[in-house]
Design a protein around this ligand. Structure first.
Ligand code: AMP
Ligand code: MG
Length: 327
């Protein structure tokens, strides 16, 4: 666990260093760090220092609320209520949770199940990111394979309800919720506080607002999976999100094998697709989050085709750029 926390710190430091180098040339930037949603968060915005206390309080409590609603690990979260009660039973849910689940099912369909939020029970078997991480028996996984599938989740817009078609489904929104949170924080900063420059870094999810106050672009570092203290590259963005899924974020090693937290829904095991990380750059963080997880599962060639096809359907402002770091 200690090793894991240390790693998460290093991951975030890279982002923060890049952010600082990119940002503060004496302009009115204010910055706070916090641990929310199980990850280190860093938010930096061009704002008056006097107003910043209120702004940050609002942002941190928004992240707390999102976690209390959407975490599958918090026993009394709204999502846990769904997981415990929606088996063959319609459960009416909040608009916010409905929105994120609806998006997650949309991306599950779009990625042909490479991203699948219904595999919560398989994710639980591995316990990756906890002290009890372990390799489950084949039979334990087989019990859920195929049936823990997004196609067995039914949403009903008429009454904002959800129903699971079997008892193998359990929702885990860990692959999409940080993206949703980054979009939400950006929206609050723009709509409620008129912020026109800054960035939001939630672990591997970075969202930028506008350009830097000196007119230049934000520089975001993409971590090298081979050395947590090194950046593989730095990308320059304005009003875009940069989201990375990697095998170095949460993992354990047993008998020389790395077991990481991105599960291939087809096998129920950590995806072995030949890549170490996938970075997606686009406008919406919720889309980038779902797609980076899916592209990691697909592997380089399939992901490249998938993104090419998707770009053909997207508006220019949403156009996706991607970087893959191979094994
Ligand atoms: P990310 O870091 O965004 O790639 O998300 C990884 C997290 O998403 C994991 O810790 C799990 O909670 C969840 N997850 C793992 N594999 C998948 C998958 N194939 N589809 C959807 N969510 C997943
Ligand atoms: Mg993701």
């Amino acid at each position: 666990m200690r090793k894991f926390i240390l790693l998460m710190f290093t991951v975030c430091l890279c982002m923060i260093c890049t952010g600082c180098a990119a940002g503060n040339n004496g302009e009115n930037y204010v910055e706070e760090n916090n641990i929310k949603m199980g990850t280190i968060c860093n938010i930096k915005i061009a704002a008056d220092k006097d107003k910043s206390k209120e702004i940050f309080e609002n942002l941190w409590s928004t992240l707390d609320d999102i976690e209390k609603t959407m975490s599958a690990k918090i026993e009394d979260s709204e999502l846990s209520y769904v997981n415990n009660n929606a088996i063959n039973e319609e459960v009416v849910i909040s608009e916010e949770l409905y929105y994120v689940i609806e998006k997650s099912l949309y991306y599950a369909e779009l990625t042909e199940g490479a991203f699948d939020p219904a595999i919560g029970n398989i994710i639980d078997l591995w316990k990756i990111g906890t002290d009890e991480a372990r390799v489950p028996e084949k039979e334990e996984i087989e019990k859920y394979l195929g049936e823990a599938n997004y196609k067995n989740i039914v949403l009903n817009k008429d009454n904002n309800s959800i129903r699971f078609l079997n008892d193998k489904v359990k929702l885990d929104l860990g692959g999409i919720v940080k993206g949703y949170a980054a979009d939400r924080i950006k929206e609050i900063l723009i709509n409620n506080y008129n912020i026109s420059s800054g960035y939001i870094s939630l672990g591997g999810n970075v969202m930028t607002i506008g350009k830097k106050t000196d007119g230049s672009m934000f520089k975001i570092g993409i971590q090298s999976p081979y050395n947590v203290n090194k950046l593989d590259r730095v990308v320059e963005v304005c009003d875009k999100t940069v989201v990375t899924s990697g095998d170095y974020e949460r993992f354990f090693i047993e008998n020389g094998i790395r077991y990481h937290h991105i599960i291939d829904p087809a096998t129920g095991e950590p995806a072995r697709s030949g890549v170490r990380s996938v970075t997606i750059i686009t406008s919406d963080s919720i889309m980038a989050d779902a797609i980076s997880t899916a592209c990691f599962v697909m592997g380089e060639d399939k992901a490249k085709n998938f993104i090419e096809k998707l770009n053909g359907k997207l508006e220019e402002k949403d156009y996706i750029e991607s970087y893959t770091i191979k094994q």
